[in-house]
Design a protein around this ligand. Structure first.
Ligand SMILES: Cc1ncc(COP(=O)(O)O)c(C=O)c1O
Length: 471
């Protein structure tokens, strides 16, 4: 035992030394476990222990199916929130600032590191155009006016149910409502289960649009500490819901925005059980579930829901095109309330687009497209992380997203990302300041970067300029 200990420490020391002297550089792949074991005449478990030791020290990272890689300088993860229990619920007031930030980020000539949007070049737009033409020809009656109450196209519902088999489903076709985007789905669910003045538990940091929705519906946000590796803290949610004052929990458990982490299955199971027991409705946003970097499609919380208490929302905005405006909610036992809100707020969802999507999914093209897209997003996130490590201050921390295409960056305490934002825009670079991910103004030294675009020299230069502004 003592000998084994020494052996793995010795190997960790040696590899650490190669990293320190630059023999092994950021991004380099370490020799495989099997090779190290053979060449160094060590057991596989000793080698794995040595690599884990290096991982704990933040020197290397494991990538599924690929092995261990040297991490980028300064690439420590953001600190989990120092708080382990939630504070009081607060009113939300982020909308005005957010609109200004997102509009400014869309201006021509500004590097697009703000809104989480994929580059059009990554999307199968030509194929979708062809399908629109084909569907219009083959289904000439689609725009002839339809049934006000049954606007979900069965062909699309069938495809969604089939897809859900891969992630702990199948969903029940009868619980699905097709929506205009994920945003609409989230809004419908909130309307279905809350009244103005209610409290909704959200992740901290939270996706800003969720905060905007709470603001517009007169709801209070209860910010639950969220770990950059494992997501929303179940312990904190447990504490927060003991007094029965939380109407709903709104979260992005798979490759969330902005932290990019995937909540472990065990936590999903606990969350599903806890919320069902306490009468807290769950609104889960799974928009990034298909965009995971690992081998397995992560399951949503919905897969662990036995009470019909979880409303699962998603859309194809991040994988096919944000302009499709096509999403859905699998609303469990609250389907009637959600469907009523759908009728009241928008009446239905464009049937042509529903058929286009149904045909695209049925053809198998979506899965082929996803395989490439996931790899591309992974590479773009990696390239952005490397650029941040090159150009931002040395003590910067950043997330290691497990999917999606945003990077959350924690700057040294003394840097105010909101003030930096003004100067960055003047210098032609956009990002979203961290405080917009909090209803109570936390994260002033954080920012989120969109990695939805290929990492061109222009993007690299934008990151370099941003780093210079922090110096
Ligand atoms: C977590 C999350 N949910 C929803 C959306 C918006 O999706 P949609 O365009 O379908 O409304 C986004 C877009 O940034 C997102 O990051």
């Amino acid at each position: 035992m003592g000998e084994e200990l020494l052996r793995y420490e010795k190997l960790a020391e040696e590899l650490g030394g190669l990293i320190a002297t630059g023999t092994l550089r950021p991004g380099d792949r370490l020799p495989s476990v099997r090779r190290l074991s053979r060449e160094r005449r060590l057991s596989v478990s000793t080698v794995v222990q040595a690599l884990r030791r290096l991982e704990d020290r933040g020197l290397v990272e494991a990538r599924p199916q690929s092995g261990f890689f040297v991490r980028h300088r300064g690439a420590a993860r953001p600190q989990p929130s120092a708080r382990s229990t939630p504070d009081a619920a607060v009113d939300v007031d982020v909308s005005q600032k957010l609109v200004r930030v997102l509009q400014a980020g869309m201006q021509a000539g500004v590097a697009p590191l703000a809104a989480a949007l994929p580059a059009p070049s990554l999307l199968p737009i030509a194929a979708l155009h062809r399908l629109y033409a084909g569907v219009a020809r083959r289904h000439p009656g689609l725009l002839a006016g339809g049934n006000y109450f049954h606007t979900d196209e069965p062909a699309l519902v069938r495809q969604l149910v089939r897809r859900s088999l891969a992630w702990g489903g199948p969903l029940d076709a009868a619980e699905i409502v097709i929506t205009n985007s994920c945003t609409e789905a989230l809004g419908l669910c909130l309307r279905a289960v809350t009244r103005p003045g209610d409290t909704v538990a959200v992740e901290s940091p939270a996706y800003y649009l969720m905060l905007q929705l709470l603001e517009s519906l007169g709801l209070k946000a209860l910010e639950i500490p969220t770990d950059p590796r494992s997501g929303l803290s179940i312990e904190a949610l447990d504490l927060a819901t003991r007094q029965g004052r939380v109407a709903a929990c709104l979260l992005v458990p798979n490759a969330g925005n902005p932290l990019g982490c995937i909540m472990p299955d065990e936590n999903k199971r606990r969350l599903a059980r806890l919320t069902a027991e306490r009468g807290v409705a769950v609104i889960e946003d799974d928009i990034y579930g298909d965009l995971h970097f690992g081998d397995q499609r992560p399951w949503p919380i919905k897969a662990f829901d036995e009470a019909g208490n979880v409303m699962l929302c998603a859309s194809f905005s991040k994988s096919l095109s944000p302009s499709l405006r096509l999403g859905f909610v699998a609303a469990g036992r609250r389907r009637p309330q959600v469907a009523l809100q759908k009728t009241i707020t928008s009446g239905g969802t464009n049937p042509v687009t529903q058929h286009v999507l149904a045909e695209y999914l049925a053809s198998g093209a979506y899965d082929r497209h996803l395989r490439t897209l996931r790899r591309t997003y992974g590479q773009q996130v990696e390239a952005m992380a490397a650029a941040v490590a090159r150009h931002f201050p040395a003590s910067t921390r950043l997330t290691q997203p497990q999917g999606g295409f945003v990077l959350w960056v924690e700057l040294p305490e003394n840097i105010d990302a909101t003030a930096l934002h003004e100067r960055a825009l003047a210098d032609g670079v956009a990002f979203v300041p961290g405080e917009l991910f909090s209803a109570s103004g936390m994260y002033r030294n954080c920012l989120r970067l969109n990695c939805g675009n290929p990492h061109t020299p222009e993007i690299e230069d934008a990151v370099r300029r941003l780093g210079r502004l922090m110096a």
